[in-house]
Design a protein around this ligand. Structure first.
Ligand SMILES: [Fe+2]
Length: 253
């Protein structure tokens, strides 16, 4: 009996597994999140979902603000206009002019005196995704593909511009973790569960349609898909090159 083992690291409250060639694990960079390191780190309570959807469908969803209507009850982003969208190496960067955090309850906690909430930058930094509002409200999303149509998604939200409602005072650091646990339970988890319903429906529609490409309204989504396809082709080419090298070595022997 033998169970395959993988190199792992522990960081940001998660255990990271390296599924590729183990000899490359040490030299492969992990995402750096300086706000979540050191004694003055921001509070963060990860949220984890397992959804019946391919990871690319989740990446498309979390970066495509044309789905604002889905969240009309929570209003995390409204009136979004795509202002910038470009592929830079293995990263698709985009920016929206948008109203951030305008929910019935959430708007009382956002400290608009300290953070610009009319612009959000996002990126699909292969294979991860992140957003940044005014350097004060941020998130990362990490993916663990379980099979072709099942993905575990890890959301890390962290904030430095939350205030006590109806006062100018910041929420004290000491109570941020219990505050985030409550916010996750009553606001962020229910909000993301709406995305879960959407991505699972999209996966189902993809399978029923026999894999026909969907019509995309957001050019960012087209770039995400191009990047994923390019990375997959690069992987296949490197495997073919490795096989040729092995065949040649055998031929010489
Ligand atoms: Fe969403």
């Amino acid at each position: 009996m033998k169970v395959r083992s993988y190199p792992v690291r522990s960081r940001y409250g998660l255990i990271w597994l390296f599924p590729g060639d183990p000899s490359r694990a040490d030299g492969t960079a992990m995402p750096e999140i300086p706000e979540l390191e050191g004694p003055a780190r921001w509070a963060c309570v990860p949220i984890v979902f397992t959804w019946r959807a391919h990871h690319s469908i989740i990446v498309d969803n979390v970066s495509d603000f044309t789905h604002a209507h889905l969240h009309r009850r929570y209003r995390p982003f409204v009136d979004a206009k795509l202002a910038r969208c470009e592929m830079v190496g293995d990263k698709v960067e985009l920016g929206y002019d948008v109203v951030v955090g305008d929910g019935r309850f959430s708007k009382f906690f956002v400290d608009r005196g300290r953070v610009r909430t009319d612009r959000m930058e996002l990126a699909f930094e292969y294979p991860y995704q992140w957003s940044n509002t005014g350097d004060r409200i941020k998130h990362w999303c990490f993916f663990l593909p379980i099979d072709e149509r099942t993905t575990r998604a890890f959301f890390l939200f962290y904030f430095d511009a939350l205030k006590v409602p109806f006062t100018p005072f910041r929420i004290p650091r000491a109570v941020m973790t219990p505050f985030l646990k409550a916010a996750n339970r009553f606001l962020i988890k229910p909000l993301l569960s709406q995305d879960g319903v959407a991505v699972e429906a999209e996966q189902e529609a993809y399978e029923i349609s026999g894999g026909a490409p969907a019509i995309e309204f957001n050019p960012a989504v087209t770039l995400f898909q191009k990047l994923i396809v390019r990375r997959w082709e690069e992987h296949l080419n490197s495997q073919t090159a490795q096989r040729h090298t092995a065949d040649e070595a055998q031929g010489v022997a």
